[in-house]
Design a protein around this ligand. Structure first.
Ligand code: ZN
Length: 215
């Protein structure tokens, strides 16, 4: 069995689990209103909203979800710097929803802080096939070993790229040079710099992030 085949199976399994986690629309079936509490659904999606995480020095270091950010606030590990115009209500109380939080103690961030994973490689490559340059949904991308494993290529940040199935199949067990392919750009580890670029892209959605990201 070739290396590329195995990865195809891996990513199809991923796609199935992605689909399973999607949230049903409140308008799906009026007859089943018991199971479609619009307020609960709104709350669930609000809890997934991105929150910018700043180091104690106000340096942006991460993006997390509202749910995780609120845990950090409740634990007293972070404080809220900017708030959404929304609240989440629990049985006993209402909590303002943070948009930007700041850690109270300085955290040292190692250069390569992200795990080598399929998700992070696709994120680094912006869901763009590194051979044909087209953008695909995650379910239609696989990972390609630039130097094939059969030729001693390692599973590393520098040797794994996002790749569409078509390019992956036509490249086969060859190097890009042998297959006549050219990499869109040299693959690099997912550094804090890359994370910052991504935070900037996400930050365009939220005005409250701008003063921390564009300086
Ligand atoms: Zn492609």
């Amino acid at each position: 069995m070739s290396a590329t085949r195995k990865e195809g199976v891996y990513s199809r399994r991923f796609a199935a689990s992605d689909a399973a986690s999607s949230v049903a629309s409140p308008n799906d079936s009026p007859a089943d209103s018991r199971f479609h509490n619009p307020a609960a659904l709104r709350r669930a999606s609000l809890m997934q909203e991105p929150v910018l995480v700043l180091n104690a020095t106000y340096e942006p270091i991460n993006v997390t979800a509202v749910r995780r950010a609120m845990v950090l606030l409740l634990k007293g590990v972070a404080q809220a710097e900017e708030m959404h115009n929304a609240e989440v209500h629990s049985a006993a109380s209402a909590h303002k929803v943070p948009s930007v939080i700041r850690l109270l103690a300085y955290r040292h961030i190692p250069q390569q802080s992200r795990a080598l994973s399929r998700k992070n490689i696709l994120l680094r490559d912006r869901n763009t096939c590194q051979f044909c340059g087209r953008i695909f949904p995650s379910s239609e991308l696989t990972l390609d070993h630039v130097v094939p494993r059969s030729r001693g290529g390692r599973s590393s940040w520098e040797n794994l790229v996002a790749c569409c199935y078509r390019c992956n199949n036509s490249k086969g067990d060859r190097t890009p040079e042998e297959a006549g392919f050219k990499l869109a750009r040299r693959p690099r580890p997912f550094t804090l710099h890359t994370s910052r670029q991504l935070m900037r892209m996400i930050g365009h959605r939220d005005e409250r992030w701008r003063k921390y990201l564009f300086y």
